[in-house]
Design a protein around this ligand. Structure first.
Ligand code: G6P
Length: 489
């Protein structure tokens, strides 16, 4: 098809995710300040070649009045974003409750919250109802903006009910769904009271994607064992309708990191950090302050390393950037106190009047400060107990062109599948193993470091976020045709 000026019209892509890539601050009754996140995922999704993408999601703020909603909608439109307005009660039940207190821990094999297991069980139904209601609210916004020929790409565990809502509205809509977390073993998934409804709803999509082959396999097993459907090499078949299921490992925009290291301000920062930590090896952790990231396990392993290697005590420092997240959820509040307690104890035990072994920061860093930190790091520590992919490990590798530092990586992060040959893989639950890996990494000969780094660098720089997004969208386009053909047979 062509536009009036003769140029071919770009295909429209509607990206639907719980959260818009913005932070919105209200300045007045009808004015907003917007800070757009410039992360790799955003540029990948908004930068897919020959596609005109728009982002639909929650702006992360409560806007009860129409004046504020209209003004925010207008401001966001300039950034190719469309808001879904969720009130406080829905956010509490859907986002804090069902998404972050039930699905998130379950998909990461952490089960339901330990202390209020019964309370959670009791409030389960109302939270699931709110989840479905919220998903329908996202669907309503998609439907208002959808035009024939658009492709709709739904993201993550917040929106498992969305594919069905969209197909109920228009069965010809091309719908893809991608999960950014692990999909757990079917034995874990089957404990969810809403297990079948969620699976059936995801299966309404034309293409279902995961970061790794294992997650895709778990999903297909859940559909065969729980729903009794047929799993095929291509996906899941239900009465002639094929839902294609496949792995699409995400990447980063590695060029953006490499470019940043050339900025004069970043170079100045790198030199400052080098001076600040002269005579000490720098170990780095960068995580959202989330129980899946294994931060207490990492710090306890570092303590064990210091215990067993007294000669290293004044020659190494661990910098832990712990970005606060989901602070309204009690489990996250408990984790923050727990981490502070452990860090305080270890610094009290091994610190001196002039230096402490752990610098723990409860905040995020801006992009340039982060790149500088990655560049001066000797050993990065990623100890996730489970993690869909973990792009911190990719970002670290992208910034290590000069230093060729070592990556210690949890075998339970999706990234272990792609960076496993270059990283030192560890089981984060085994503190002795992690402590030994720290010692091994700090003493690793230069030729081994280079060889390992070369492997990882080649992977990170050739499997980009843009490739990931383009592959998914192109396969979604093809898959729909295929699925329609099959249903017509
Ligand atoms: C994970 C999820 C994302 C989510 C992010 C931040 O990476 O897969 O969907 O946006 O965490 O969490 P938040 O709850 O702040 O959106």
């Amino acid at each position: 098809c062509g536009a009036a000026d003769g140029k071919p019209m770009k295909q429209r892509l509607l990206v639907v995710a719980n959260r818009l890539p913005v932070s919105a601050v209200r300045l007045g009754e009808d004015s907003w300040s917007l800070d757009i996140s410039a992360g790799g995922l955003v540029s990948a999704l908004l930068g897919v070649r020959d596609v005109d993408a728009k982002w639909i999601g929650w702006a992360g703020v409560n806007v009860p009045d129409e004046v504020g909603q209209r003004a925010l909608t207008k401001a966001l439109a300039e950034k190719r974003c469309i808001p879904v307005f969720l009130d406080e009660e829905i956010v509490h039940q859907y986002y804090n409750g069902y998404c972050n207190n039930i699905l998130w821990p379950l998909f990461h094999y952490l089960g339901l919250p330990q202390e209020d297991r019964l309370a959670t069980t009791r409030s389960f139904q109302s939270q699931f109802d709110a989840y479905k209601k919220a998903n329908q609210m996202f669907a309503d916004v998609v439907n208002q903006h959808y035009e024939d020929g658009d492709v709709v790409w739904c993201h993550d565990y917040h929106l498992m009910f969305l594919p069905k809502c969209l197909k109920d509205f228009d069965s010809k809509m091309k719908v893809g769904w991608f999960l950014h977390t692990p999909f757990p073993s079917s034995e874990i998934h089957r404990t969810l009271p809403s297990r079948s409804e969620l699976l059936r709803s995801v299966l309404a999509a034309d293409l279902v994607g995961f970061h790794t082959y294992d997650y895709a396999r778990h999903f297909v097993s859940a559909c065969t064992r729980i729903l009794g459907l047929e799993g095929t090499p291509e996906g899941v078949e239900d009465q002639g309708k094929l839902t294609r299921v496949a792995a699409f490992p995400i990447g980063i925009d590695s060029e953006r990191f490499k470019r940043a290291l050339e900025f004069p301000a970043v170079k100045v920062h790198i030199n400052e950090l080098k001076q600040r930590f002269t005579g000490r090896k720098v170990m780095l952790g960068v995580d959202r302050l989330d129980m899946i990231k294994g931060i207490p396990q990492k710090i306890l392993a570092f303590e064990k390393f210091l215990e067993e290697n007294p000669a290293w005590r004044d020659k190494v420092v661990l910098l832990q950037i712990a970005v606060p997240t989901r602070t309204d959820v009690p489990e996250y509040q408990k984790l923050t106190s727990q981490v502070h307690e452990i860090v305080g104890r270890i610094n009290g035990r091994f610190g001196t009047l002039t230096a402490v072994p752990i610098h723990h920061l409860d905040r995020s860093l801006d992009f340039h400060a982060l790149c500088a930190l990655y560049a001066v790091t000797d050993v990065a520590l990623v100890t996730s107990l489970r993690d869909g992919m973990n792009l911190v490990s990719y970002e670290f590798v992208a910034c290590q062109g000069a230093k060729k530092g070592v990556l210690i990586l949890s075998e339970f992060a999706g990234a272990a599948q792609s960076l496993g040959a270059g990283a030192l893989l560890v089981n984060p639950w085994n503190i002795t193993e992690v402590a030994n890996s720290i010692a091994y990494a700090l003493n690793m000969p230069a030729d081994e470091r280079e060889k390992r780094h070369r492997h990882n660098y080649a992977h990170v720089t050739t499997h980009t976020a843009q490739d990931w997004a383009e592959t998914f969208v192109s396969e979604l386009n093809d898959t729909v045709v295929e699925a329609q053909l099959r249903t017509r047979q």
